[in-house]
Design a protein around this ligand. Sequence first.
Ligand SMILES: Cc1ncc(COP(=O)(O)O)c(C=O)c1O
Length: 385
Amino acid sequence: MSGFTPFAIERLLSRWENVVDYDLSESGVLPLTLRELLALATPDSELGDDLLDLRLAYAQTNGIEPLRRRIAALYPGATADNVLVTVGAAEANYLALSTVVEPGDEIVVMLPNYMQIWGIAQNRHMHAKPFHLVQEREWAADLAELEEVVGPDTKLIAVCNPNNPTGYILTEAEMDAVVRVAAKVGAWLLADEVYAGTELTTDRQTPTFYGRYDRVLAVNSLSKAYGLPGLRIGWAVVPAATAEDLWARHDYTTIATTMVGNHLADLALRPDVRARLIARARGLVRGGLPVLRRWLDDHSDLFSMVSPQASPIALAKYTLNLESTKLVERCIAEQSVLIVPGEHFGLEHHLRFRHGLPPDYLRAGLDRFGALLDDLTDELTGVVP
Ligand SMILES: Cc1ncc(COP(=O)(O)O)c(C=O)c1O
């Protein structure tokens, strides 16, 4: 595939996540079963029967109206006309980059990042420039760099907030600065907000960029904070005319999301159910992170971590003299545990761990990884700076 940048992290996960004994790679909380979702909705209802009677027709291709209304209600000033339901946040991001920008355009992307936007930009021949979150400043945004790289040719700024892979949440001042910089040059602001709701130290949900500026594309899905990645339901909330433009592309890519997915998503976003799903996600991340932290403390000769503020994932730096991809390959082969190599985020000698899991499962996976490290430290004596 010369000239095409494959999406390396997705291919790694796809190859191994359903094969290994312990998956510490995926970036959502432990998914629910269908039974659990229905039970969470109304313990003694007939919802299961309603679902069995659902006619498996095409759903309205931009998403069924009640679902679009539920999604709109989560965004200040939005109506169903601002919403396009997509196949995950992945399709929403893809459509955004196929609609409001063109080959040859300049875009500015927050790094480190889940590299979807970066890879699409390469494949659509755009000029992608980074602005960074800074590890030495607990992943705070380098706003001076943002001001410097954004110029009159910048057509779009892409942020991920809370961030994958660091779990960093932009402060209000940083959000204001991002909006100000975008507005100065009239750039679109693509805000991937899939980790909102997985906050670790506050019950205040990370606010959306939607409504702070008229050129915002707010993207989200049921995959992370809601624990429902298998439904493949995401969305973009955008100006109404842009929703039409995205929808026109969506007709060509996937036509529609599934009827079952639309109805279950409508259920998941019912205010009482949504609150329970968010509470479940917060319970998992708040129970899991201390387990990971204890394990990292026990291996503090090799690992250090800036604690995430949100998300079921955490990025740790290590000093072992072995590249992250090689380390992960050995971990899969020798311990049947999957962790994400930092190389996929452009951060060598880092690993991304998933912690939004039941503590026993997480502990067992980490113990296996620890056994590999014991073997490796006998083999590798050198450390990297
Ligand atoms: C930041 C970010 N955006 C989008 C996605 C894609 O998610 P979805 O399952 O909603 O397509 C992911 C998945 O890991 C992600 O981390």
